[in-house]
Design a protein around this ligand. Structure first.
Ligand SMILES: Cc1ncc(COP(=O)(O)O)c(C=O)c1O
Length: 609
C-alpha cells in the first residue's frame, strides 16, 4: 500500500487505518465520514475542512519548545508570539488563535490598515500587537488610537520617514504614543522561494546608517524610551537552518549595540516568521533540514550567547510564525468528476462475431498475460496496436475494430504495469508517464492552491479512501477552470498514483493537506470560482461536530460582488425568458424557477453529466 508520504508531512495529525485517512485525535474520525455527512446536505463542490485542534497543537508546540530551550539555556528573557494576519485573516483561524492562545497572551501582527483594525478587534488587551509594512500617516494614527485604547502595540518602522511621522503625530496630539520597533535590514539573506525578504537589497528595513540616524532622531525627540523592539524577517518557509542562525547573529549584535548606544527601553527582539512546514510527500526530497526543537534551541542559545559576550540583558524573544501555526488546520477536499480514459474500460468492448486476426490475438494476450510472460506480451500488444492503427488509416478495419484494439491494448498495458509495479522497467515507467490518467477535480487551482499555480509549491495530496488498495494509475489533476494552467501534471520525479475508479458506481475524493496558510487569502476568483464552502470540525472523545458552515458564494452573489446589480440580472433573465417562443406558460414558469434556483447555488459543478 502506498501511504502518500503521510509519515513525512502529516506530523502525526493524520493516520491511515482500515483503508481510510483519519484524524489522529480523540475519537479519530475518518475524513470520509465527515465529507459524507457534509455532502448529505447537498454540498457537491470542493470543501474546506478546518480543524481548530491543530492550531492549538501548533501554538502549544511553539511555546513548549521555546520555554524548554529557555530553561535549558538559563535564558532570562521571555518568549512571546504574534500571529501575522496576512497568513490567514479568516474568522475560523483568527478566532481559534485568539481562543487557544489566550493562556499564552498570544498576539496578532498587522501589515495593513484593515488588518490593524482586525488586530484591534481581536487582540485581548494586554496581548501584543505588532505592525509591519509600509505605513502612511493615517495608519500610524491608527496605531496611536490602538495605544490610547489600551493595546500593547508596537509600530515597526520600515524607514526614517515613518519615524518622522510618529514624531509629528506625537507632537500634534495628546494620544498615547505606541511602542516603536525598528526593522533592521540584515546583510544575511534567507534561502528558498521567499528568500528575497532578507539581504541588503531587501524591500524592507533600515540600514546600519539609517538605524544610527533613527536613534539620534528618537533621542532628540525625547522618544528613545519608546524604542522597545528590533525586528527582522528573512523570508517565509526557511528550508535551511544555517541562514536563520546567521541572521540571528547579525540581529543579536545590532540589538546589543543599540542597548549600548542608550536605547535602554529596548527589550525585545522579533525574529519574524520563516519557520517552515513540511509540504513534501516524497522522502527523497525533504523540504526542511531542521525541527521545531532545533529551531527554538538555536534561537535561544545564539541570542543568549551574544548577549552574554557583550554583557547585555537577554532580550524577550518574539516570533511572528504564521505558516507553522495554521498550515495544517485546513484540508481541501476535491471530488473527482471524471477520469478521462475511463473509455478504455473492459465493459465498453464491443467484439464482433468475426474480428480481425490482430484483435483476436490481443484478446488472447489479455487473457493469458501473467507475471512471467508479461513483458513479451506487452511488446506484442504494442506492436499489434501500431499495426491496427495502420490498417485503420488504410481503410482495412472500421472504427469499432479500432476502438476494441485501443481498449484491449490499454488493458494489457495496465495489467503489465500492475504486475511489475514493485520493480518497473524503464520502459514500463515511460509507458506509465505516457498513459497517465487525467482526473478532473471539482475545484479551481487558482482559487484553492494559488501557490501551486504561482510558485509551483507542492501540497501533499492523496485519496481519502481505498487506501488498502495500491493505486496504479499515474495521475494528472485537471481543475474545472477553462485555463490550461489549472493542472497539476504528472511529474515522474514526484509521481502521484491514484485508483482506477468507476465514478458511475462510487464517489472518489482527493484531499490536499497543509493548505491553511496563505492559500485562502491569495486565492483568485478566476472564472468566477470563489472560496469553497468551509466547515469547522470539533472532535471530542466519542464523536465530532460540524460548526461554522460558511457556504461558497452563490452565482448571483459573485456577479453582484463584481459590480453587476442583482435585481437587474434577475429582471433581464426573466424578461428574455418570458418573450421566448415555443414553450408553454407553465414551462416558462418552471424554467424561471429552475433558473432562479441555479443562481442561488455556488458556481462549482454538481456532476459532469
Ligand atoms: C514580517 C513578517 N512576519 C511574519 C511572516 C510570516 O512568515 P511565516 O508564515 O513563514 O511564518 C511574514 C511573511 O512573509 C512577514 O513578512
Amino acid at each position: 500500500m502506498q501511504e502518500f508520504g503521510v509519515d513525512i508531512w502529516a506530523n502525526n495529525n493524520f493516520i491511515v487505518e482500515d483503508g481510510l485517512i483519519k484524524l489522529n485525535y480523540k475519537s479519530q474520525p475518518s475524513i470520509l465520514s465527515i465529507v459524507k455527512e457534509i455532502r448529505r446536505d447537498n454540498s457537491k463542490g470542493p470543501i474546506l475542512l478546518k480543524f481548530p485542534h491543530l492550531i492549538k497543537k501548533q501554538i502549544q508546540s511553539l511555546y513548549k519548545n521555546f520555554n524548554k530551550a529557555m530553561k535549558e539555556n538559563s535564558y532570562q528573557g521571555s518568549f512571546n508570539a504574534v500571529f501575522p494576519l496576512k497568513v490567514n485573516q479568516f474568522p475560523t483561524a483568527v478566532n481559534a488563535i485568539v481562543t487557544e492562545g489566550k493562556e499564552y497572551n498570544y498576539g496578532l501582527e498587522a501589515g495593513s490598515k484593515a488588518e490593524l483594525i482586525l488586530a484591534m478587534l481581536k487582540t485581548p488587551l494586554g496581548a501584543n500587537i505588532t505592525v509591519n509594512g509600509f505605513k502612511d500617516k493615517e495608519m500610524i494614527t491608527l496605531g496611536f488610537i490602538a495605544a490610547q485604547s489600551g493595546h500593547n502595540i508596537t509600530l515597526t518602522i520600515e524607514g526614517i520617514n515613518e519615524l518622522q511621522t510618529i514624531i509629528d503625530i506625537a507632537k500634534e496630539s495628546s494620544l498615547k504614543v505606541p511602542n516603536i520597533g525598528i526593522r533592521v535590514r540584515l546583510h544575511s539573506s534567507g534561502s528558498g522561494t521567499w528568500a528575497k525578504s532578507g539581504g541588503m537589497d531587501a524591500k524592507f528595513g533600515l540600514t546600519a546608517t539609517e538605524i544610527i540616524g533613527a536613534i539620534k532622531l528618537l533621542k532628540t525627540s525625547n522618544l528613545i524610551d519608546k524604542l522597545s523592539m528590533i525586528h527582522f524577517h528573512i523570508g517565509s518557509q526557511m528550508e535551511d537552518i544555517a541562514p536563520i542562525k546567521k541572521a540571528l547573529r547579525e540581529a543579536g549584535n545590532i540589538y546589543a549595540e543599540l542597548r549600548k548606544m542608550g536605547a535602554l527601553a529596548l527589550e525585545n527582539i522579533n525574529i519574524g516568521g520563516g519557520l517552515a512546514v513540511e509540504y513534501n510527500q516524497y522522502s527523497q526530497c525533504k523540504t526542511r533540514n531542521y525541527s521545531i526543537e532545533e529551531f527554538s534551541s538555536s534561537v535561544v542559545f545564539l541570542l543568549g550567547e551574544i548577549m552574554d559576550a557583550k554583557n547585555v540583558k537577554h532580550p524577550n524573544i518574539f516570533t511572528e510564525s504564521g505558516r507553522f501555526i495554521v498550515a495544517s488546520h485546513t484540508v481541501l477536499i476535491t471530488p473527482v468528476l471524471e477520469l478521462f480514459s475511463q473509455d478504455y474500460n473492459e465493459e465498453l468492448l464491443n467484439l464482433k462475431q468475426t474480428n480481425p486476426p490482430l484483435i483476436n490475438e490481443l484478446i488472447d494476450l489479455n487473457k493469458l498475460l501473467n507475471n512471467s510472460n508479461c513483458i513479451e506480451y506487452l511488446h506484442d500488444a504494442l506492436d499489434h496496436i501500431e499495426s491496427l492503427f495502420t490498417l485503420f488509416d488504410l481503410g482495412y478495419i472500421d472504427l469499432q475494430d479500432r476502438s476494441n484494439g485501443e481498449i484491449l491494448s490499454h488493458l494489457i498495458i495496465k495489467k503489465a504495469l500492475y504486475l511489475k509495479s514493485a520493480h518497473p522497467t524503464n520502459e514500463l515507467e515511460q509507458l506509465q508517464i505516457k498513459l497517465q490518467e487525467k482526473y478532473l477535480i471539482n475545484a479551481s487551482i487558482f482559487q484553492s492552491l494559488p501557490d501551486y499555480w504561482g510558485l509551483n509549491q507542492h501540497f501533499p495530496v492523496m485519496p481519502i479512501h481505498h487506501l488498502e488498495i495500491k493505486p496504479q494509475r499515474g495521475a494528472s489533476l485537471w481543475d474545472i477552470t477553462c485555463d490550461s494552467d489549472g493542472e497539476i501534471g504528472f511529474n515522474p520525479e514526484k509521481p502521484l498514483y491514484l485508483h482506477d475508479i468507476n465514478l458511475d458506481k462510487e464517489d472518489y475524493f482527493l484531499a490536499f493537506f497543509n493548505v491553511g496558510a496563505y492559500q485562502e487569502t491569495l486565492g483568485m476568483n478566476h472564472n468566477l470560482f470563489t472560496k469553497p464552502s468551509e466547515y469547522t470540525i470539533h472532535i471530542d472523545d466519542s464523536n465530532y461536530t460540524i460548526t461554522n458552515k460558511a457556504d461558497s458564494d452563490s452565482v448571483i452573489a459573485i456577479l453582484d460582488s463584481i459590480g453587476y446589480d442583482k435585481t437587474q440580472i434577475l429582471n433581464k433573465l426573466e424578461i428574455d425568458l418570458s418573450k421566448s417562443n415555443f414553450i408553454t406558460e407553465k414551462e416558462k414558469i418552471d424554467t424561471l424557477t429552475k433558473l432562479k434556483s441555479f443562481l442561488q447555488q455556488n458556481g462549482y459543478l454538481r456532476t459532469t453529466n
